[in-house]
Design a protein around this ligand. Structure first.
Ligand code: UDX
Length: 437
């Protein structure tokens, strides 16, 4: 099949390379010539395990190319819209300008029978508005909404082997044709038995925001329990292990710590609240305000715990922060709790050094006032407190005895509850976890 992918950011670049891997002829289109130049020679513009190899093999096969011209989308059977929907400045609502620009740019190149497939996360009601506004000029083209659930750090696997496919389609024969086209695109994954759910536009849009809201709620629930554990002298990791053994609850996404960040969960729950307000249903989502508030409280709590660890004062204390990315196996620093905590510590007088295996360049662009050190041993040297804020494997594997020789004071705050507390204590460290006595 001939496929176009409009928008070659995180979602689009992975989607384009994955579709070529599935055997399709793919053109990835983006307005940013720098991004297109990089992708055309097999360079991923961000860190994602497995993506460089996938890009290279797809380019070598001749089934993948990139372009800055929307005209190159003409003639594709399926056009995927993969542009970003960031949070609007100073508001909760999503900024849909890139989605609208993609539809406006693509519409003149559409022909009868082609299927346009939205993958971006959008407020409910967007697909039917876009169909009315942009698909009129190509009356025989069909719009479908096919939300994406990929996680950064696992994006290639999540795209090639997703948990499920969700198709939001119009009613009648047009909907059937759109579902057939998507079945053809995903034939290889569907043959593995991946469930496929066909529904209306609004439900498909809501599936994505509901899934992310549920995940955010699960994390904030366990972080609220962490607050209680701290107050009561209990241990949130043992609590999560015990409640997680109930199949109805499950252990995943019950890791208490410094809270969630990234380009999706925080902005998606806020956009969801804004959209519910527009629909007159804001009461249904007031709990998400609390989910957001609990999450943000983790950051100030981490600063407080660091002050306690530093004997009550942060002024002039040399603090080493392990991790800048919002999660491991990513160089994404959007709404990173680690960087927000590092910046707060510095504002309160600490001398902060941040290290990260992949994200320093991105982090420096957003927080030029922070000091960054790429070499882990140098970053640890003479530290008076060490904070593990992003659980990269190399930090989890740190040897407490060897690390103790580098630092000035053996104080460690495990912001992700990822270390073995007994090992660190045995090596002479004063260890603090999150939500643990
Ligand atoms: C998320 C969704 O998982 C994905 O399905 C959607 O398509 C996009 O948003 P992502 O942002 O890549 O994916 O990361 P995810 O693994 O969900 O983690 C989000 C944040 O929650 C990270 O900051 C992570 O550290 C934090 N987290 C996750 C916790 O604090 N505790 C947990 O138990 C799980």
């Amino acid at each position: 099949m001939r496929i176009s992918v409009i928008g070659c950011g995180y979602l689009g670049a992975v989607h384009a390379a994955s579709m070529a891997k599935l055997g399709h002829d793919v053109v990835g289109i983006d307005v940013d010539p720098k991004k297109i130049d990089e992708l055309s020679v097999g360079h991923a513009p961000f860190f994602e395990p497995g993506l460089p190899d996938l890009l290279q093999s797809s380019l070598d096969s001749g089934r993948l190319k990139f372009s800055t011209s929307m005209a190159d989308a003409a003639g594709s059977a399926v056009h995927f819209i993969c542009v970003g929907t960031p949070q609007r400045k100073g508001e909760y609502a999503a900024d849909l300008r890139y989605v609208d620009a993609a539809f406006a740019g693509l519409a003149p190149h559409l022909s009868s029978g082609e299927v346009v497939v939205g993958k971006s996360t959008v407020p409910v009601g967007t697909a039917s508005r876009l169909a009315d506004e942009y698909m009129e000029t190509a009356p025989e083209a069909i719009l479908a909404w096919n939300p994406e659930f990929l996680r950064e750090g696992h994006a290639v696997k999540d795209t090639l082997h997703p948990d499920r496919f969700v198709y939001g389609v119009p009613g009648g024969a047009a909907g059937e044709r759109a579902a057939q086209a998507l079945d053809e695109v995903y034939a290889a994954s569907l043959s593995e038995g991946t469930p496929r759910l066909v529904m209306d536009y609004a439900t498909a849009e809501l599936v994505k925001t509901a899934a992310n809201s549920f995940l955010a709620t699960k994390i904030s629930f366990i972080n609220a329990m962490a607050e209680l554990c701290e107050a009561a002298g209990a241990d949130v990791t043992a609590l999560a292990d015990a409640i997680g053994l109930d199949d109805r609850i499950g252990r995943k996404f019950l890791h208490a710590g410094i809270g969630f960040g990234g380009g999706c969960l925080p902005k998606d729950i806020r956009a969801f609240m804004a959209r519910a307000g527009e629909l007159g249903a804001d009461q249904a989502l007031t709990f998400l305000r609390e989910v957001d508030a609990i999450n943000m409280r983790r950051r100030s709590r981490t600063v407080e715990l660091t002050r306690e660890l530093c004997d009550g004062s942060l002024i002039g204390k040399r603090i080493t922060v392990l991790g800048a990315a919002f999660k491991p196996n990513s160089d994404d620093v959007r709404d990173s709790p680690a960087l927000s905590i590092a910046a707060q510590l510095q504002l309160q007088g600490a001398e902060v050094t941040v290290t990260d295996p992949e994200a320093i360049e991105n982090a420096r662009r957003r927080f030029p006032e922070l000091h960054f050190e790429a070499d882990l041993a140098t970053a640890l040297t003479d530290a008076e407190a060490v904070l593990l804020l992003t659980e990269w494997q190399q930090y989890v594997n740190l040897n407490p005895k060897e690390s103790a020789r580098l630092v000035r004071t053996t104080h460690i705050l495990d912001g992700r509850n990822a270390l073995v507390a007994t090992d660190w204590r045995a090596a002479g460290w004063s260890y603090r976890g999150m939500g643990r006595a």
